[in-house]
Design a protein around this ligand. Structure first.
Ligand code: NAG
Ligand code: NAG
Ligand code: NAG
Ligand code: NAG
Ligand code: NAG
Length: 490
């Protein structure tokens, strides 16, 4: 009897050390801190503490094992004790940090003692690389009540089968609807299911309005998805809404204005701190623009969208006006959001008005404000089915098929964006952005170039005329003098 109980006990401990939700994140090597020991993070969960039993084998520049990892106990029960949230949920989150490797492709093998949990070949982004490929998608479920996101999961599976590489997946917010619902079980299911692709591609997230938890502190989200927030600015735990990182020729900025948009920032403290962080980061980014010319901002919240029953589509340009000013001042190239459950491309817009830009077929030049994209078509069971809405003056294109956005930074001057319909793997929208900047970061349109050229030309002609005139006068004077001198001699 005792032996049976003992075996049962051992069995349950083993089960409770079964890892789930394996996911990769980019670490602080890619941020301004450039910490070389923190390039890639391998993170997963277990139900029990499970000390000293996991290890990761890495094959990059060299082959080595890592046996130390950080374990964080997340006690959601404790967080909500005495509230109406009715949560009894505990989990352990384990984190391995992988140092940067010079090889752009590494293999990792995660082991539980000698049992292999996950093995994968991963593209490790480099700070210096020619082309950068990232995917944007968001507003996505994993319960498959209506199978709306199933196509997206299947599409990812196919990408992995075909060994297609991406530097990162940038998630535009709203996952699992909601992470903390059903006693956090939706969050747990989400973690288990997305592991299909997050164990191959580094996954970077921005929180959506559905990701905030019962207490609006985004605890489940921020503990499970360890983004490279700037720790020095983390005055209050969880009260940091900004991070940025570089891959190749692109500088990516994530910001989360949730409190501003939902009027939970009465004294504008969060707004002002976010603006400070933003300005500081953008100032540094533009100083480095010779090396890293592209600036891409991503967040959950669109500035212009078409669903006029949503206060955000009516008023976000007011709530986010100070941010929009920064985007124009520092020439942000692209702004990607989620929130609306569709795909939408908008023309450059500023404070609810069109601004100057040039477009040739589907190539953008000389834009005063960023081109903006809504990427909220990952597939959500929540809400109505994906649909098209009435076009607005800023709308260029809308798509009501589930999809992901593929951003390819080709080089320092050319960027391509494609919307992929996941059910058929077809490109349903495509555009390019071409940069035309001088070394001071100023943009010139062709028109301005010609005016400048003409003015300089006129100035030069004028100077030549003056010069000729002066030469002639000198010559005349010289001749007169010469004549006079000759007169005297004669
Ligand atoms: C890594 O650990 C495994 C045992 O898990 C061992 O067989 C292998 O030789 C180690 N590799 C290196 C490079 O230390
Ligand atoms: C988690 O928090 C609850 C409520 O405070 C507490 O009763 C429980 O013992 C905690 N769990 C652990 C493992 O500490
Ligand atoms: C979802 O897909 C599964 C199989 O892929 C199918 O069995 C199920 O009926 C589908 N559910 C809905 C609501 O379409
Ligand atoms: C924003 O522009 C639209 C027209 O494009 C207009 O209908 C709306 O009233 C404007 N909003 C404000 C607050 O000016
Ligand atoms: C940048 O990429 C574009 C598109 O692939 C290509 O046409 C162009 O020649 C490239 N420019 C340089 C300098 O390599």
């Amino acid at each position: 009897m005792f032996i049976i109980l003992f075996l049962f006990f051992i069995e349950s401990i083993q089960e409770y050390c079964e890892p789930y939700g394996v996911r990769l994140f980019l670490g602080h090597y890619y941020t301004n801190l450039k910490i070389e020991t923190d390039a890639l993070r391998i993170v997963f969960n277990t139900k029990n503490q499970c000390n000293n039993q996991f290890q990761v084998f890495i094959k990059g520049d060299q082959e080595f094992n890592i046996t130390t990892y950080k374990t964080k106990f997340l006690n959601m029960t404790d967080i909500y004790v005495g509230t109406k949230a009715n949560i009894e949920y505990e989990t352990y989150i384990h984190t391995f940090q992988i140092p940067i490797q010079q090889t752009s492709r590494i293999l990792y093998a995660l082991k539980n003692n000698d049992e292999l949990i996950k093995e994968a070949q991963v593209k490790l982004p480099q700070l210096q690389q020619d082309t950068t490929k990232v995917l944007f998608f968001g507003d996505m479920d994993s319960r498959w009540l209506f199978n709306r996101s199933k196509q997206t999961f299947d599409w990812f599976e196919e990408q992995i089968n075909q060994n297609i590489e991406y530097d990162s997946l940038l998630f535009t917010g709203d996952m699992a609807y909601n992470l903390e619902s059903d006693n956090c079980e939706r969050g747990e299911l989400w973690l288990s299911r997305i592991s299909l692709f997050t164990s191959y591609y580094p996954f970077m997230v921005t929180p959506g309005n559905h990701d905030s938890g019962y207490n609006r502190k985004q605890i489940f989200l921020k503990e499970h998805f360890q983004m490279p927030y700037i720790n020095e600015l983390d005055i209050q735990e969880y009260e940091n809404y900004f991070y940025s990182f570089n891959i190749g020729f692109a500088h990516f900025i994530q910001y989360d204005p949730v409190k501003i948009i939902y009027k939970a920032d009465p004294n504008n403290l969060i707004r002002d701190q976010l603006l400070l962080q933003f300005r500081d980061d953008l100032s540094k980014a533009v100083q480095n623009r010779e090396e890293v010319p592209w600036i891409v901002v991503f967040t959950h919240y669109p500035i212009y969208c078409n669903y006029m029953d949503d206060d955000q589509c009516v008023n976000n340009f007011k709530y986010l006006a100070e941010f929009e000013k920064l985007f124009q001042e520092f020439h942000v190239d692209l702004y990607v959001s989620g929130h609306q459950h569709n795909y939408q491309r908008n023309q450059p817009y500023y404070q609810n008005h069109s601004v100057s830009y040039q477009i040739d077929e589907n190539i953008y030049y000389n834009y005063e404000s960023p081109i903006t994209i809504i990427e909220g078509a990952g597939g959500a069971d929540y809400g109505a089915e994906i649909m098209l809405l009435e076009n607005k003056p800023y709308t260029v294109k809308q798509m009501d098929q589930n999809g992901v956005g593929l951003l390819q930074v080709m080089n320092k001057t050319h960027l391509q964006f494609q919307q992929v319909r996941v059910s058929t793997n077809q490109i349903i929208d495509e555009f390019w952005i071409i940069q035309n900047r001088d070394s001071y970061g100023l943009y010139y349109s062709n028109y301005e170039y010609w005016v400048l050229f003409l003015l300089v030309g006129i100035l030069i002609c004028f100077l030549i005329l003056i010069l000729l005139y002066q030469v002639r006068r000198l010559k005349l004077r010289f001749n007169n003098q010469y004549l006079r001198t000759n007169d005297q001699i004669v």
